[in-house]
Ligand binder design. Structure first.
Ligand SMILES: [Zn+2]
Length: 320
């Protein structure tokens, strides 16, 4: 890439952002029943010199707030003013979900299962459509910040699309404690971007509706690592001193063999050995204790924090 060349002018939602300029663009979505207009704030930072355009987003699931806080802090600390290329920052994609403390929009639909969406579809589908047309048309690659859902606590991890080498490179550059390939889900943001040829990674850390300081700090560092790896920051910017990300070849869920009260006995992120006791499922009357054991040597990357579980519930995500 020619570092001396001026970066391109971006056009988001009809507004132009010239090289060296930054702007807050409001993407009109819909109105609340009370008439209040809902827009998605899109922060655009266009560097002076040529380079890639990166989308960094959070809150696609409205209750997954670690990413929202990550981007708020990075905005406050002015960490998106890159020298080369441009950064598009969307701290909350699903505004409706965020104000309702919900993963979904008010009709119960998941925006992250509604891509690429349609202009005349459900609310979730309209949000996806507006986002595809106005934002994604400008993007070279994306970082999507999530947390575990339903009380599942994810140890910081980056997920890429199997066979998409650029997304694998992105996940590695992010340098979360773990990274691995994961399947594309129909209607997901990652599948829609994959189809458009925009490599995207999903960072997962912590759980919904709870701030997790470690998850937030790792995310801030991870986003910066990507900027650094793709030559967007000035020379001499501090390199991440953390040990490099562990690649997991495969992952699987350990599920509850019976219902009961669930007591995890290991730490999330911990290395475990085959047969090691990961937790207990007890009945409520002190009659029985069922041990949950590791199926193979590996790393624990998610722990369910739900105290009462049903048979078949996912308890631990383990990778190797
Ligand atoms: Zn999510």
């Amino acid at each position: 890439m020619d570092e001396e060349k001026e970066n391109k002018t971006l056009i988001i939602n009809g507004e132009t952002i010239a090289p060296g300029e930054s702007k807050l663009v409001q993407l009109n979505i819909a109105r609340l029943p009370t008439g209040t207009l809902i827009d998605i704030p899109v922060h655009v930072f266009n560097g002076k010199k040529a380079g890639p355009t990166v989308l960094v987003q959070a809150g696609l699931h409205g209750d997954e707030i670690n990413g929202v806080e990550t981007l708020r802090r990075m905005l406050q600390e002015n960490r998106f003013s890159v020298k080369n290329g441009a950064v598009i920052v969307v701290p909350i994609v699903n505004i409706f979900g965020f104000i309702h403390f919900s993963r979904d929009v008010p009709d119960g639909k998941d925006v992250n299962r509604s891509f690429p969406g349609s202009k005349t579809g459900s609310l979730a589908s309209r949000i996806a459509n507006a986002y595809m047309e106005q934002v994604l048309s400008q993007v070279d690659f994306g970082i999507d910040l999530h947390t575990g859902g339903s009380q599942r606590h994810n140890h910081p991890q980056a997920r890429y699309t199997s066979g998409d080498l650029k997304s694998e490179e992105l996940a590695k550059a992010f340098n979360a404690p773990f990274y691995f390939a994961s399947k594309l889900i129909t209607g997901s943001f990652r599948k829609a971007t994959f189809k458009k040829g925009i490599p995207t990674i999903v960072y997962e850390a912590g759980e919904s509706m709870r701030f997790d300081e470690k998850a937030i700090k790792k995310a801030m560092q991870g986003v910066q690592n990507v900027f650094k790896t793709f030559g967007m920051l000035p020379k001499g910017t501090r390199q991440d001193k953390e040990k490099t990300s562990i690649h997991l070849e495969f992952t699987r869920w350990v599920r509850a063999s019976r219902a009961g009260m669930f007591i995890p006995q290991i730490k999330n992120g911990q290395t475990v050995e085959k047969g090691q006791i990961l937790g207990l499922i007890t009945d409520t009357y002190a009659k029985k204790n069922k041990k949950v054991k590791a199926p193979f040597n590996g790393h624990i990357i998610c722990v369910n924090h739900q105290a009462v579980v049903n048979q078949g519930d996912a308890l631990f995500h383990i990778g190797r």
